[in-house]
Design a protein around this ligand. Structure first.
Ligand SMILES: C[S@@+](CC[C@H](N)C(=O)[O-])C[C@H]1O[C@@H](n2cnc3c(N)ncnc32)[C@H](O)[C@@H]1O
Length: 309
């Protein structure tokens, strides 16, 4: 009997669902419409159990008393699924078109941004391609900014330790060149080498908040993140990404994402890859962000290096 009533308590009333989805929207612009009610309920159940709470009414009270819980709630509501070299064609395009452009364009600084980097597989994959296919990486000022809203994912990303199964599709020559094998609890893991991690800076950033970066990027990856947002938010984000690119810069979204529902500011496009027009040849480090007099490193100033603020 007791078990049954506990289970019932873990079901949402409409009022509680509306409150939770409003909070998720205000905080991270997550679009949790009525159709996602069951999903949200299932995702949060585990959290309620961990907190020893009896139901969603109590959870709402807990959220009011502990505002920092909202970050954890948002974390429970998004998925961090990712893979090394996910959507391989993007990396091939990078090798064949973007990096040769970067080699020839004469930028003083080269900045990539992996927005919604999850546990780090995407920025580390970018780092492999930069090491393999960009001329003289060590002699140039090259950095990848990697940001996410999930502190749990960011801490995994900074650790850079992946189970061998996660490297199953990584070509053997890269596996042993860029990762060190380690035994952890009797299992095989691979640790990212300093050669890769040196190129990546992890930061906490909620894309719904103002973006503190002061410079522009040559390449932005925001893949499989905008699926969480409604049309208005997607529009706003894409406009902002566009502003944060240098002339000639590239913007990548996930293959299954479509920007057809919004007014797309990028004239040059192929499925899931967009390019900002070059203005008479892009040399130097362009300041593409209105209101910024000086182009910076393209990294948020706040927080110690690699730490969440
Ligand atoms: C499915 S993963 C995508 C990882 C990687 N980009 C890829 O394509 O494999 C989506 C990531 O977006 C992050 N995310 C969701 N909403 C966000 C927001 N408002 N600001 C920043 N990151 C967000 C999640 O925490 C999650 O790590």
């Amino acid at each position: 009997m007791r078990e049954r009533s506990l289970f019932q308590d873990y079901e949402f009333g409409d009022r509680e669902f509306r409150r939770i989805s409003a909070m998720a929207y205000e905080t991270a612009r997550l679009n949790l419409h009525q159709g996602k009610k069951l999903l949200v309920q299932n995702r949060l159940r585990k959290r309620l159990r961990a907190l020893g709470l009896s139901g969603f009414k109590e959870y709402l009270r807990y959220l009011e008393e502990n505002p920092e819980e909202i970050r954890i709630m948002v974390d429970c509501l998004t998925t961090n699924f990712t893979r090394l070299f996910r959507e391989r064609e993007h990396f091939e395009f990078l090798r064949d078109e973007v990096l040769p452009w970067l080699d020839g364009a004469g930028f003083e600084r080269i900045r990539f941004w992996s927005a919604g980097c999850s546990s780090g597989e995407e920025p580390y994959s970018l780092a492999v391609y930069l090491r393999e296919y960009l001329e003289n990486v060590d002699q140039r000022d090259v950095l990848i900014l990697a940001t996410d809203i999930s502190l749990r994912a960011l801490s995994k990303a900074k650790e850079g330790l992946y189970h061998e199964e996660q490297l199953a599709e990584v070509p053997a020559q890269w596996k042993f060149k860029y990762f060190r094998k380690r035994r952890v609890d009797g299992e095989n893991y691979f640790q990212v080498t300093p050669e890769l991690s040196r190129l990546v800076r992890f930061r906490y950033l909620n894309l719904a908040d103002p973006w503190p970066m002061k410079g522009a990027f040559q390449v932005i990856f925001c893949r499989n993140v905008m699926i969480y947002f409604d049309k208005e938010t997607q529009q706003e984000m894409v406009n902002r990404f566009h502003r944060y690119l240098v002339p000639g810069g590239y913007f990548f979204v996930g293959h299954s994402e479509s920007l057809t529902r919004i007014r797309n500011p990028f004239p040059h496009r192929r499925p899931s890859i967009y390019r900002k027009p070059e203005e008479g040849g892009a040399t130097g480090y362009a300041t593409a962000i209105p209101g910024e007099r000086e182009a910076h490193a393209g990294l948020p100033d706040d927080g110690p290096e690699g730490e969440a603020p």
